[in-house]
Write a protein that binds this ligand. Structure first.
Ligand code: BES
Ligand code: MN
Ligand code: ZN
Length: 498
């Protein structure tokens, strides 16, 4: 999508479609009022007919308006004025852009509704760009014939009232575009099935991402190299698969050589059948999404590189399959991790933590300022938080607060769960230093407790993204989350103007 920012008034803009907001109960934002005056009250006349209630995401197309240079006007419901917020605006815009993508309009001009008090041009623009990227996303690589819309939406102009807003909108469009590109990168990898998106494929995509970018470097470790490092836990998962495991390392150097990097560690399990503790058949196809943490790390690095943030960032993605096989892990097996700690594998389906623990130990070598790991780690997290929030657990509450705030600001939310010491004993094992599962209660927390034992040397936060990384049912598809949250966190660390 091509984004530009323009100064109003909207009535003079030549465009295939002007997109304007209307609040419920016939209330118009001032920008819509001004336009309606130029239109001689055509919008008010439509509202009077009461066909269009302006609930959030209602849309109504008007053709050949008199008094404006636009060919169409799309009225978009913004819901109740008192509830208006960037998140709801994003929902409304997603509906609007979906309508436009199916219409004959290839370009549009979105009139930002200013509500007066505090100026949230930046956040509204970010929400609009995010909505546009979501509305036009398609994944048809695996269809023999792709059926794209006849005239897809290609260009969006954001229309604002004054120069200060113009500057904010431009920054937001730039940030939003990079986040959109990073999210699309993650979604494409995630939607690709397990037979095509293998650990080797993920590694190749990371290498392709770094190609030609001076500040970004990719390095992929083979099983032999991991073996020399003593990654017995990670390699034990991969033993049950004919695909060889990869440890993907991306280094982005945009900051001073002396500044410690932020490390992002993402679970890149390209298919999780559970191993010998095999999963039930229903919806098992969705376990191709078990690499969404890894994909979001790669997507975030893509966004950071596009924005050229003045920061150092490392991405580490352990990648493997988890399948049943004669050589696979068996319940009761004991393996030795790179840290030297031994693990009794009581359930081979708790494999994410087994590959992440060695990746976390590996990350120590970067002497990171902070480490955030991202993983579709537990079904229990879906039970706890559904598809609204990532589960956040941390050994550093200041880091946790930073992540929560970043998520709230960009609408890609996280919610904190406790990591109290009392939970650790659920991992006790009679035969090894720890077990890889913690029994029935608090499954999301005991998974994080396991990881915390490999994160003692740095400030660390864990995001369980099992509930938010993809949608099931008729809308089955990857969401690209938490690329927005991670990039927002890094924009703030880089002190980017927003
Ligand atoms: N990848 C799954 C977690 C998962 C399941 C994410 C369903 C999203 C949807 C993970 O590897 C797993 O199987 N976890 C087990 C852990 C259990 C054996 C302690 C789970 O959640 O059932
Ligand atoms: Mn599993
Ligand atoms: Zn898994």
């Amino acid at each position: 999508m091509d984004y530009s920012c323009k100064l109003g008034p909207a009535g003079n803009l030549k465009t295939a479609c002007l997109v304007v907001g209307v609040f419920a109960k016939n209330r118009m934002p001032p920008q819509t009022e001004v336009l309606d005056d130029a239109l001689g009250g055509q919008i008010k006349a439509v509202l009077k007919r009461q066909d269009f209630a302006a609930d959030t995401a209602d849309t109504q197309m008007l053709y050949e308006p008199r008094g404006a240079a636009a060919a169409r006007i799309l009225l978009v419901g913004l819901g109740d004025h008192k509830d208006f917020a960037p998140g709801l605006f994003g929902k409304a815009m997603q509906a609007a852009f979906a309508v436009l993508n199916r219409s004959g309009a290839a370009d549009c001009a979105l009139v930002l509704p200013g509500t007066g008090e505090n100026d949230d041009t930046y956040r509204l623009t970010r929400a609009a760009v995010d909505a546009a990227e979501t509305a036009v996303y398609r994944f048809d690589r695996c269809k023999s014939e792709s059926k794209p819309p006849k005239k897809p939406l290609k260009r969006i102009a954001i229309v604002v009232d004054n120069r200060a807003q113009l500057a904010s909108a431009k920054r937001a469009a730039e940030h939003g575009r990079a986040i959109g590109n990073g999210s699309r990168f993650a979604k494409d990898l995630a939607n690709l099935p397990g037979n095509l998106c293998t650990p080797s494929y993920l590694a190749e995509q990371a290498q392709a991402l770094a190609r030609g970018k001076r500040k970004l470097k990719a390095n992929v470790l083979s099983e032999a190299q991991m073996d020399r490092l003593g990654m017995g836990s990670l390699l034990s998962v991969s033993r049950g698969s004919r695909q060889t495991a990869k440890l993907i390392v991306l280094e982005y150097k945009g900051g001073k050589a002396s500044s410690k990097p932020i490390a992002l560690v993402g679970k890149g399990l390209t298919f999780d059948a559970g191993g010998i503790s095999i999963k039930p058949a229903a919806n098992m196809d969705e376990m191709k999404y078990d690499m969404c943490g890894g994909a979001s790390v790669l997507g975030t690095l893509a966004a950071v590189a596009e924005l050229e943030l003045p920061l150092n960032v490392v991405g580490v993605v352990p990648s493997s399959e988890n399948l049943p096989d004669g050589d696979a892990n068996k319940p009761g097996d004991i393996v030795t991790s790179m840290s030297g700690q031994t693990i009794e594998i009581l359930n081979t389906d708790a494999e994410g933590r087994l590959i992440l623990c060695d990746a976390l130990t590996y990350t120590e070598r970067f002497d990171p300022a902070a480490v955030i790991d991202v993983a579709t780690l537990t079904g229990a997290c879906i039970v706890a938080l559904g598809d609204q929030a990532s589960g956040l657990m941390t050994n550093d509450d200041a880091l946790g607060a930073e992540i929560l705030e970043a998520g709230e600001a960009c609408g890609d939310r996280a919610w904190q769960l406790p990591l109290w010491d009392e939970y650790q004993k659920q991992l006790d094992s009679n035969f090894a230093d720890m077990a890889n599962i913690g029994g029935r209660g608090a499954g999301t927390i005991t998974a994080a407790c396991f990881l915390s034992r490999f994160a003692k040397k740095f400030k660390w936060a864990h995001l369980d993204i099992a509930g938010i990384a993809w949608l099931g049912g008729a809308q089955k598809g990857a969401t690209g989350r938490p690329v927005p949250l991670l990039t927002e966190f890094l924009l703030r660390r880089a002190k980017a103007k927003m």
